[in-house]
Design a protein around this ligand. Structure first.
Ligand code: AMP
Ligand code: GLY
Length: 446
C-alpha cells in the first residue's frame, strides 16, 4: 500500500526523517509540520503550517489528507500525549504514549525506574528543597551533575565543578519553569554512546538496533563550554579494536534494552499497548567496559538522526520497513559492523549561530550554492526559513553538513571542507559577508 506520512517537528532530525522516508518506494506524500527551510526547499516534502501543540488540528489534518502514519520527532508532543490523541481518533502514529514517555519527560521518574528495575545508572538523590540540595552538594566531591526534572531542551543539566557552581545551578534549575524537583547525581567518567532502537509494530525482541553514534554535547572543543542540544555526531564512536569486547558491549546494551522495555511495559500493564516508537539510551561506558544509563529519550536524537539517516541511505535500507517491521526479523546494524569489515563512517557537523546556546542573532542569510549534494553528502536544515528563495537563519543550530564515506578520515575531512564553503551574509543581497555570525566545533571525530 502506498503511504502518506506526516512527520511532526521542525528540526534537523525531522528534516532527516522526512528526507529518508520520502525515498521509500511505498511512500507517496510526506508532510512535515511545521518543517523548516530545508523541508520547504525539498520538492519531495510538503510543509504544513499548524501548531504542534494543537492535537485536534493535527488529527483533523491527518484525517483530511489520508495520512496512513504519523511519525513524532520531538519530545514535547510525546510528553503532552499526542500519541494518545491520535490513537483515540483511530489514527496510526509512531511514538510512545505519554505514560511511557515519562522515561524521558521526568528525570525523577527515570532515575526511580532504573533503581527499581536494577538498570545500571549513577547514584543520585532528588530534592524539592533548595537548602537541602545545597547542604547535600556541599558535602560531595565534585564534579557532580545536577538535573532539572522536566524537559528543558538540553538546558536542564549542569555538570558542576565546584560548590559555588552547584549552588548557582540549584538556584536556576529548582522551581524553574521546568521543575519542582532536581536530581543530583554522581559524575561518571568514560565514553558516551547513543544507542538508539526502533521498537516497531512487531513488538519486543524484534526491535531494530540503529548504528551507534556519538553526540558532541558541549559547545566548545574537548568537552568545554555549556551543554547544547548537540554540535556534531559520528558513527561507530567506540575505539575498541577488539571484536570480542565490542560483541560483549553489544550484548550488555541489549540486556539493558530488554530490561527497560519489559519493565516499562510492566509498569503500564493496564494499558496493554506496550512501548512503540524510538528508544534512545544515552550511555556512559567506562574503561572497564561497564555501562551506565545517563538518560532515556523516547525519540530519535538530534543530530544523531541526521548521521543515522544518511548511513541507512548508503546501506540501501528502507526506513518504512524498519518502522513497520515488515521484514519480520530482528536486525542490529552494529552486529553487521562487528561481523563484517564494514568501515562505512558518517560525520555530522552542526553549523550554529555565534553565542548559541545562550543569546545569538537570527535573520542572517546563508549561501550554500557552492556545495553539491550527493548520496554521500547531504545538508539537513534545523533553524532555517526561506525568504524569497534565500535561506535565512531562525535558530541556534542552523543546519548540519553530513558526509558518509568508506573511510573515517575521508568522511571527517570532507565534512570540514564543505562546512567551510558555506557563506554567511548580513543582507539578503549577499553584499556583506560575515562569517563571524556562525561557528562549528573543530574537533568532531576526535
Ligand atoms: P542527560 O540529558 O541526562 O543525558 O545529560 C546531558 C549530558 O550531560 C550527557 O550527555 C552527559 O554528557 C552529561 N551527563 C549527564 N549525566 C552525567 C553523569 N552522571 N556523569 C557525567 N556526565 C553526565
Ligand atoms: N543529541 C542529544 C539528544 O537528542 O537528546
Amino acid at each position: 500500500m502506498n503511504q502518506n506520512i506526516l512527520v511532526i517537528g521542525q528540526g534537523g532530525r525531522e528534516h532527516a526523517i522526512a528526507w529518508k522516508i520520502s525515498k521509500s518506494p511505498n511512500v507517496s506524500k510526506v508532510y512535515v509540520c511545521p518543517g523548516n527551510g530545508g523541508t520547504e526547499l525539498d520538492s519531495s516534502l510538503l510543509n504544513v503550517n499548524l501548531n504542534i501543540n494543537d492535537h485536534d488540528s493535527l488529527v483533523n489534518f491527518a484525517k483530511q489528507n489520508n495520512i496512513t502514519m504519523t511519525i513524532v520527532g520531538p519530545e514535547n508532543p510525546l510528553a503532552a500525549g499526542i500519541v494518545n490523541s491520535f490513537l483515540n481518533a483511530g489514527l496510526k502514529i509512531f511514538g510512545p504514549k505519554k505514560q511511557y514517555a515519562l522515561l524521558e519527560s521526568s528525570k525523577v521518574f527515570s532515575k526511580e525506574f532504573m533503581k527499581n528495575f536494577n538498570i545500571p545508572t549513577s547514584e543520585y538523590q532528588m530534592f524539592s528543597s533548595n537548602q537541602e540540595a545545597k547542604d547535600f552538594c556541599s558535602t560531595k566531591k565534585h564534579p557532580i551533575v545536577i538535573k532539572a526534572d522536566g524537559l528543558a531542551a538540553g538546558k536542564g543539566v549542569v555538570v558542576s565543578a565546584s560548590i559555588d557552581e552547584s549552588y548557582e545551578a540549584i538556584d536556576s534549575l529548582l522551581k524553574s519553569e521546568h521543575s519542582d524537583y532536581i536530581v543530583v547525581e554522581e559524575f561518571l567518567n568514560g565514553q558516551e554512546l547513543s544507542a538508539i532502537y526502533i521498537v516497531n509494530y512487531q513488538g519486543i525482541s524484534y526491535e531494530i538496533g540503529l548504528p551507534w553514534t556519538k553526540d558532541y554535547k558541549s559547545r566548545d572543543e574537548y568537552n568545554s563550554g555549556p551543554n547544547t542540544g548537540g554540535m556534531g555526531a559520528v558513527s561507530h564512536p567506540l575505539c575498541f579494536e577488539n571484536k570480542n569486547s565490542l560483541f560483549k558491549l553489544h550484548l550488555d546494551i541489549e540486556k539493558i534494552l530488554i530490561k527497560t522495555l519489559t519493565s516499562i511495559n510492566n509498569y503500564n500493564k493496564d494499558d496493554g499497548v506496550g512501548y512503540l516508537g524510538f528508544l534512545y539510551m544515552g550511555l556512559m561506558i567506562n574503561n572497564k567496559d561497564e555501562i551506565n544509563v545517563l538518560e532515556y529519550n523516547c525519540r530519535l536524537g538530534d543530530p544523531e538522526t541526521q548521521n543515522i539517516m544518511l548511513t541507512l541511505h548508503n546501506k540501501d535500507v528502507d526506513l518504512l520497513d524498519l518502522i513497520l517491521g515488515r521484514k519480520n526479523n530482528k536486525k542490529d546494524f552494529n552486529l553487521d559492523r562487528i561481523d563484517n569489515e564494514d568501515n562505512g563512517y558518517c560525520c555530522t557537523l552542526v553549523l550554529a549561530a555565534k553565542g548559541y546556546p545562550e543569546s545569538y542573532k537570527k535573520g542572517f542569510y546563508l549561501d550554500l550554492s557552492s556545495i553539491k549534494e550527493t548520496d554521500q553528502l547531504v545538508i539537513f536544515h534545523s533553524g532555517t526559513d526561506i525568504e524569497n528563495g534565500k535561506i535565512v537563519s531562525k535558530g541556534g543550530r542552523i543546519l548540519s553538513v553530513n558526509v558518509y564515506a568508506n573511510d573515517r578520515q575521508k568522511a571527517i575531512d570532507m565534512a570540514y571542507e564543505k562546512i567551510k564553503e558555506i557563506k554567511v551574509f548580513e543582507d539578503k543581497d549577499f553584499k556583506h559577508q560575515n562569517q563571524d555570525l556562525v561557528f562549528f566545533r573543530e574537533d568532531i571525530g576526535n
